[in-house]
Design a protein around this ligand. Structure first.
Ligand SMILES: [Zn+2]
Ligand SMILES: [Zn+2]
Length: 376
């Protein structure tokens, strides 16, 4: 049995803006085979647009083509393949972009975000068990991060989902798959910010705003947010930044050091640029911790003054999936949302249909959105 459905297919990265005219994503009919052993057919309820989807469309990060992007989504289980016991049809799930095989040394030691079989499957544009399940005629269509959620349906590994409570709105549920783990998870897990700590967040997009909500949840006393866009700083203030600093035309670092009396305990780089990393690196005091979560263009050269790293005794860390084990952390974050302590719904700025996805790309490229929820 196979199923035909509509999906947003990318064939040619690097097309010019406005995307509403160049249409890098085409809504087309594709076919999916019935779920194999250990796989699940999910009817997508909500998929949100993340900056790394934009990097697929611009070609900054190369993927096998053609591909259906979309890696932050929720849905309802439609059908399960042989051997699946974790969910049954009708269950609500969030899709997780880093599959965790459960048996590799990293998974077994609790570092599911480092699962190497999961990473290799993602890089191949296939599913964890190998190969693609999507096609058009004889042509294989690749999966983005084992998911491909800008579509009416997705077939995914059962290691790429986490069940959600049925009373959780599915548009909010989608956010837990990337924005919440990569933003708040980075602050709570990778950084391990404690009550009373001071924090600088460089970049106030979706992940930066989620990091801000995470810093509030952690009990950070001072939260300074840096961005180049005044309207994003307005939003940051609305959701709990204690101070905001506009980057440019003057550098943001001076005001950050003034506001924090010499630097914060932590700085989180979420903008995905070397410039933002340098601001974050300068924003922490001696002994402070700098965490980078934004995906910088891999071609960008970078140098670090190692002597200053030694004498300032700073710690520099990278964070992937917010160092989260999705099976463990997503239910905790959902419970915190449901009890009102973690208002992640504030990240949703727009709702739109799948047909308008290229307009959503423009909005993200122009920094006019936080999280846009796309409904098939
Ligand atoms: Zn993402
Ligand atoms: Zn693994």
């Amino acid at each position: 049995m196979s199923l035909e459905f509509r999906a947003a297919v990318l064939r040619q990265p690097g097309l010019a803006q406005p995307y509403a005219n160049s249409h890098p994503l085409h809504i087309e009919e594709v076919t999916v085979s019935a779920p194999h052993k250990g796989e699940i057919l999910v009817r997508i309820a909500a998929a949100s647009l993340c900056r790394s989807d934009l990097s697929v469309v611009t070609g900054v990060r190369a993927w096998p083509l053609p591909i259906i992007p979309g890696h932050e989504a929720s849905g309802i289980v439609e059908e399960v393949g042989p051997g699946v016991t974790s969910v049954t049809p009708g269950d609500h799930v969030v899709l997780v972009f880093q599959p965790a095989c459960g048996v590799c040394p990293d998974c077994v030691s609790g570092q599911a975000h480092l699962c190497d079989p999961g990473l290799q499957a993602n890089r191949s544009g296939g599913l964890l068990a190998g190969g693609t399940r999507l096609r058009q005629g004889d042509v294989d269509i690749h999966h983005h991060m084992g998911l491909s959620a800008f579509a009416e349906y997705a077939v995914v590994s059962e290691h790429s989902i986490v069940p959600l409570p049925r009373d959780l709105p599915l548009d909010v549920g989608a956010l837990f798959g990337c924005a919440v783990m990569c933003g708040a998870g980075t602050v709570l897990n990778t950084g391990n910010v404690r009550p009373g700590d001071s924090v600088t967040i460089v970049g106030a997009g979706g992940v930066g705003s989620s990091a801000l909500l995470g810093a509030r949840l952690a009990g950070a006393e001072q939260i300074i947010v840096v961005d180049k866009e005044p309207q994003r700083l307005e939003f940051a203030k609305k959701i709990g930044a204690t101070d905001v600093v506009l980057e440019g035309p003057d550098p943001a670092l001076g005001p950050v050091l003034d506001l924090s009396h010499g630097g914060t305990d932590f700085a989180f780089e979420t903008a995905g640029t070397v410039e933002a990393f340098e601001t974050a690196y300068g924003a922490v005091h001696r002994g402070g911790t700098v965490v980078s979560v934004g995906l910088v263009n891999p071609e960008t050269p970078f140098s670090l003054d190692v002597a200053s790293l030694v004498t300032s005794a700073k710690t520099v860390k990278g964070s992937y999936v917010g160092s989260c084990n999705p099976t463990v952390h997503i239910p905790k974050y959902v419970a915190l949302y449901q009890s009102g302590k973690f208002p992640v719904e504030q990240l949703i700025s727009h709702h739109l249909p799948l047909d308008d996805i290229n307009t959503a790309l423009d909005r993200m490229a122009n920094n006019d959105a936080v999280r846009q929820i796309i409904t098939p």
